[in-house]
Design a protein around this ligand. Sequence first.
Ligand SMILES: C[S@@+](CC[C@H](N)C(=O)[O-])C[C@H]1O[C@@H](n2cnc3c(N)ncnc32)[C@H](O)[C@@H]1O
Length: 243
Amino acid sequence: MTLLRDHDLARAFDHAAHTYDRLTALNPGYRTDLLRSARRLRLPEGGAGLHLLDLGCGTGASTRALLRSAPRARITAVDASSGMLRRALDKPWPPQVRFLHLTAEEFAAAGAGPFDAVFAAYLFRNVTHPDRVLTAVRSLLRPGGRLAVHEYSLSGSAVHRALWNAVCRGLIIPAGTLSGDRALYRHLWSSVLGFDTAPAFAERLRRAGFTGVRVAPVAGWQTGIVHTFLARNGSRTATRGAR
Ligand SMILES: C[S@@+](CC[C@H](N)C(=O)[O-])C[C@H]1O[C@@H](n2cnc3c(N)ncnc32)[C@H](O)[C@@H]1O
């Protein structure tokens, strides 16, 4: 298993940042699925008056999806990799979007928020302590605030696991090797195999105090491999700035 964590992972993303958008563009569902997950937040009135957080925003693909799903919202996008953020900042953004170079944990510790909704796409599989980050997310959300996690999380069926292995062997690892980022793409392969199945991550969300947890599949070849997890912050204690 090649698993990267913390600074090693941030460095690997820094290095891969210049090819990241090109490689993800080869995945036919990448952007459509992000948009579908962001829309599943069902934010009212185009997000007017809302402040949203994109945690682990990378080069901004998930931020763009969030913006398209809620074009009137204010959006803060945070990432641990300066290289990925530089790519995000190279793109045109409206003034209500801002980017910050921090880890999710640092951002929560700085007392940020509260946010009306948090979007985290392809983040949780990468963090060392998912439960700590979920606690951080709850402290960042207003009570009742919405969470959408978009993640590679296998269904638990042997068929989906076999399909993931086949796609990694046949496409992802060769493409990552050609781009010079083999370690990061081996990390992608292993981290999906080692991460919670979809039912297990849903249970992790409930244990962390989220309510109304729902799991929805994405369409296409990633059905059973990528899921959207939707939940609300059931907290009664995080009342800072609550509405
Ligand atoms: C696979 S990329 C996904 C980027 C983006 N959300 C997207 O959908 O394209 C994962 C991102 O999470 C970031 N990341 C990993 N651990 C993090 C942490 N603890 N806090 C903040 N960002 C983190 C990485 O730097 C990387 O940019």
